[in-house]
Design a protein around this ligand. Structure first.
Ligand code: FES
Length: 102
């Protein structure tokens, strides 16, 4: 795995997502209840940017902005269809910096 410094903690408002480039990948990073989660940004359905989705289910799910598919923030699993999944990536915070491992 390779670590990518993607930004500062303050770059992502609570309850929101932002897209970051990590090597060749675009990753959607979310802040929910003070924790950070990273998923592949391109929705497995038709390619919408998940970083623009809304959080739901008490901040545990991101809903795709185009057709509302619900992905678990922690695992990337589709909440209604286990066959569909977004890739998820480990996130850690060091000081003020957000680092993801791909
Ligand atoms: S593009 Fe994401 S649910 Fe359709």
């Amino acid at each position: 795995m390779v670590d990518y410094l993607i930004g500062a903690v303050g770059d992502i408002p609570e309850g929101m997502g932002r897209a970051f480039q990590a090597g060749r990948r675009t990753v959607a990073v979310f802040k929910s209840k003070g924790k950070f989660f990273a998923l592949s940004n391109r929705c497995a359905h038709r390619g919408a940017s998940l970083c623009d989705g809304e959080l739901s289910d008490n901040g545990t799910v991101v809903r795709c902005p185009w057709h509302n598919w619900p992905y678990d923030l922690a695992t990337g699993e589709h909440r209604l269809d286990p066959k569909e999944k977004q890739r998820s990536f480990p996130v850690r915070v060091e000081g003020d910096r957000i680092i993801i491992s791909i």
